[in-house]
Design a binder for this molecule. Structure first.
Ligand code: AMP
Length: 420
């Protein structure tokens, strides 16, 4: 086939018919489960102010320093949203959602944009679903958030994964830990990778997230943050772990788990799957108790997670999990001659009104070609309409799966198909 002149940008993909059914099935599961957890959906714009993302996600993060798609138009600086926590927090503050009372339990589904190097499971436009629970300090909120995330995978049948949890501390514990990390890493600074050396002063905890070979030996022996948590933060973390046990959610404590955004405090977690290859993170999240204030709102503890939908679908494929049936149509009207075509056209709406999905030939094809098309469309039935059938008021209803035929009036056909 000739190469198309215009194609999608690298790392951005079309979701075509045949694929889209899986997406809709996944979205339906997310909406259903969210309703069971009493989460409310929130939809925010694709474009946000650059300043919000820089402040929210953090100037020194990979997302902000390397991956955002940003542009200027007039006097405004726009960014294609790379994640949704900062935008949801913006919306919460802008619309004073705290005034609705209680904690706000929000969820979202939608596209995100990061200018990363594309590979399997890593795109420049990708989709996430996630939740944000705002206004609660309680470890119950952390655990409900994790439970919702786990529920989605469990419902789909993806059970082979690892939940890693850690506490990244509150600001006080973190300062103590950063000092300890610098003391530990400092003498070997010149042996660390270049990126890690850059992170040493401002954000030494991010060194723990390094994938560079030369850093691994030092990371393995590094002090662990748990030893530096103050009493309150330690208690919060212990409660999170105890509630996870109460819910029989298995986890591994990973003392070196840090996340890619600056806003996390206290609980951090990540779900990985061995079925995914090198991009093995299915989902991740944690607490961000300071973010609301950071972007101009009232002091509001909060916790959330985001999950990659492409990766979830890759895992389904690896595990041979079918989220959706192949597309089909209830009945295909095969019509021969102008009068029959007109009859079919004017009877399609009646079938549809009765809840039956239906289509007809739009290309004036022969009967044989129309029957072939009915097969291609995966029709359960075909109704054959020619001049004899019109004169008699009886039509051939063919069961395409079982190759059986019967002669029925239009009303009988509708009755039979509608009662299936
Ligand atoms: P993050 O917002 O970075 O915590 O990512 C949350 C989840 O989104 C990850 O665990 C991935 O499943 C997914 N994700 C992040 N970046 C990408 C990407 N570039 N392409 C596909 N999925 C992604």
């Amino acid at each position: 086939m000739a190469k198309a002149k215009y194609t999608t940008h690298i790392g951005m993909v079309d979701i075509l018919p045949g694929e889209v059914e899986k997406w809709r099935a996944l979205e339906a599961i997310i909406h259903e489960e969210a309703a069971k957890f009493n989460f409310e959906e929130i939809r925010t714009p694709i474009l946000e102010q650059t300043e919000l993302i820089v402040r929210g996600v953090g100037q020194l993060t990979d997302i902000v320093s390397k991956e955002i798609f940003a542009f200027k138009k007039g006097d405004s600086h726009y960014v294609l949203r790379p994640e949704l926590t900062a935008p949801v927090v913006r919306s919460y503050v802008q619309h004073h959602l705290n005034q609705r009372g209680g904690s706000q339990k929000l969820y979202y589904i939608g596209p995100m944009f990061r200018a990363e190097k594309p590979q399997k499971g890593r795109q420049r436009q990708f989709h996430q679903f996630g939740v944000e629970i705002m206004g609660s300090n309680d470890p119950v909120a952390d655990v409900e958030c994790i439970a919702f995330m786990m529920r989605i995978y469990q419902r789909i049948g993806i059970e082979n994964f690892e939940l890693k949890v850690n506490s990244v501390g509150d600001p006080e514990s973190r300062e103590a830990y950063k000092t300890a990390l610098r003391d530990y890493l400092g003498p070997n600074l010149d042996k660390l990778s270049e990126v890690s050396q850059k992170r040493f002063e401002k954000n030494p905890m991010r060194i723990l997230d390094s994938k560079e070979a030369e850093d691994q030996e030092f990371i393995k022996q590094a002090p662990v943050i748990r030893d530096f948590l103050n009493e309150e933060t330690e208690e919060h973390f212990e409660n999170v772990l105890a509630y996870l046990d109460d819910l029989s959610i298995s986890y591994t404590e990973d003392p070196y788990l840090v996340r890619g955004m600056d806003y996390y405090t206290r609980t951090a977690f990540e779900l990985t799957s061995p079925d995914l290859g090198s991009q093995d993170a299915l989902a991740g999240g944690g607490r961000y108790d300071l973010l609301v204030e950071e972007i101009g709102g009232p002091s509001t503890p909060a916790v959330g997670f985001a999950a990659g939908m492409e990766r979830l679908l890759i895992a389904c494929e690896e595990l041979d999990i079918k989220l959706a049936e192949p597309k089909s149509v209830d009945v295909y009207f095969v019509s021969l001659g102008d009068e029959a075509r007109k009859w079919a056209l004017t009877h399609l709406p009646k079938a549809r009104e009765a809840g039956i999905s239906t289509t007809m030939d739009y290309m004036g094809r022969s009967m044989k070609a129309q029957m072939k098309d009915a097969n291609r469309e995966n029709a359960d039935y075909a109704v054959i309409v020619g001049s004899n059938e019109l004169a008699e008021g009886k039509f051939t209803l063919r069961n395409m799966r079982e190759s059986e035929e019967m002669s029925l009036s239009f009303d009988q056909i509708i009755e039979k198909l509608a009662s299936r």
